[in-house]
Design a protein around this ligand. Structure first.
Ligand SMILES: NC(=O)c1ccc[n+]([C@@H]2O[C@H](COP(=O)([O-])OP(=O)(O)OC[C@H]3O[C@@H](n4cnc5c(N)ncnc54)[C@H](O)[C@@H]3O)[C@@H](O)[C@H]2O)c1
Length: 428
């Protein structure tokens, strides 16, 4: 078995998770290089590599300007710095595992798709949910035909209030202009799952949503602009930033603070005084929505809805077929221990339990994608890059509908949107 040589670009939270999982599969993967301007993170990936010949670079372009030194690059930089390293990597002869979203611009997304096809490179996007035992089981049930024809689907992405506050109020994805709209940043996963489950082209989309809760209007009267400014209600506040030095060191603090597990509470509290993560959630500079609904129609007339809300915990799905109904997800799991219930109109009812690693915050998808990566990068027929594009177009179309109040026809949108960029969308 030939080992796949991996180079890591951007050694942040996501790349370190993938590097750790790959480093546990020494017969398949060898991490040979990494690039990040942050020396601490670079050193963490070097340590995971356990490779004396490991090469460190301080930027993506430094690594990519060298002679090709790996089979595959994993790109885990932030949303607005995916396009350049991905383009360069494809041109340099690398196959690529790219974090989602591919880019904040549909034009760039389509360009990377064309480039990968033209150069015959494998370009895979980190839609980790496809690799979870849960969604693999749902797909297996649909494909078995037991539900009959799929008529409609309801999906829910419950972001969880603290996760919303951490990532989308205080954190990296709190403004469309800095990263991407919420429906892209969080829910292109869900759009991908809906496309993957139905295997149908989405033709039309409508969407509504707002930033309703996490704003100054809802700030308790006594709340200070930072939790560390002597806020009198900090002890009873669900979103107290002091929780970063207590129960939220893992996984939240460690995503954004390099020495999270070993730092003293005083060090962390000192950092909170100036960090974005010390801000009151009602006095941040967030602009992305905290709830959004999307209604979709597919080519075969299947309809689907997606509800994204800060105020639910985990994903749920309901699938209505001509022969029966499937319901599953987090809500069912925590109340019954079962992941999926299938109720057929013939009277039969079957429950399914899947094995989910509770430490994997993507329902086992992070492990799953790295497990599958080797065969996908070496098998004769690659996963077509085009299979990752529809979800991006659907997500941007949903945002366009939310902002304009119009129903969006996907084909026309895709044609028109190739000429627009992120700035244009965000300022509409
Ligand atoms: N697949 C998923 O489920 C999932 C989940 C969360 C985040 N994401 C996406 O993954 C990506 C990374 O997110 P993250 O939380 O790991 O971010 P992060 O901020 O922790 O990591 C990004 C890293 O890129 C480095 N970097 C910046 N400029 C660089 C350059 N020029 N060359 C090399 N490295 C550079 C930064 O120093 C940082 O370490 C984002 O696009 C995000 O939206 C995907």
């Amino acid at each position: 078995m030939k080992k796949l040589k991996l180079a890591i670009i951007g050694c942040g939270n996501r790349s370190r998770i993938y590097s750790r999982i790959a480093s546990e599969q020494t017969e398949r993967y060898e991490i040979v290089a990494a690039a990040d301007p942050n020396n601490i993170r670079l050193a963490q990936v070097e340590e995971l590599s356990n490779n004396s010949g490991f090469r460190s670079f301080h930027s993506a372009m430094d690594l990519l300007s060298c002679k090709k030194l790996a089979d595959l690059v994993i790109i885990g930089t932030q949303d607005n710095y995916h396009y350049e390293p991905c383009k360069k990597a494809l041109e340099q002869g690398y196959d690529v595992l790219l974090e989602k979203p591919i880019s904040p611009s549909i034009e760039e997304i389509l360009e990377l798709e064309s480039l990968a096809i033209k150069l015959n490179r494998r370009l895979q996007v980190c839609y980790v949910l496809r690799y979870t035992p849960f969604y693999k089981k749902v797909k297996e049930i649909i494909d078995s035909g037991q539900l009959g024809d799929i008529i409609s689907i309801n999906a829910v992405e419950g972001v969880i209030p603290w996760h919303q506050a951490h990532s989308y109020v205080r954190g990296n994805w709190n403004q469309e202009k800095k990263s991407s709209p919420m429906i892209v940043a969080k829910c292109s996963h869900d759009m991908d799952i809906l496309s993957w489950l139905t295997q149908e082209e989405c033709t039309s989309i409508s969407s509504y949503g707002s930033l309703t809760h996490f704003n100054a209007k809802n700030a308790p009267k006594q709340a200070t602009t930072r939790c560390t400014d002597g806020c009198p209600i900090v002890k009873s506040c669900h979103y107290s930033a002091y929780k970063y030095s207590e129960e939220h060191r893992t996984p939240w603090l460690e995503q954004v603070y390099d020495n999270a597990l070993n730092a003293s509470s005083e060090e962390i509290e000192d950092w909170l005084k100036t960090s974005n993560f010390g801000r009151c959630v009602y006095h941040s500079d967030n602009t992305v929505v905290d709830h959004q609904v999307v209604a979709m129609e597919f080519k075969n007339e299947t309809t689907a809805t997606l509800t994204m809300t800060a105020f639910e915990e985990g994903r749920q799905i309901e699938i209505y077929g001509t022969k029966g109904v499937l319901k599953g997800g987090h809500f069912l799991k925590v109340r019954t221990g079962k992941d999926i219930i299938v109720k057929l109109f013939s009277g039969d009812e079957v429950t399914h339990t899947v094995n989910i690693d509770s430490t994997d915050h993507h329902m086992g998808g992070d492990q799953g994608i790295i497990d599958a990566l080797y065969s996908q990068m070496t098998q004769e027929v690659p996963v077509p890059v085009s299979s990752y594009i529809q979800s991006h177009v659907m997500s941007y179309a949903a945002e366009e509908s939310r902002l304009s109040g119009n129903r969006i026809e996907l084909r026309t949108f895709k044609e028109q949107y190739t000429k627009m960029d992120r700035e244009t969308l965000c300022t509409q």
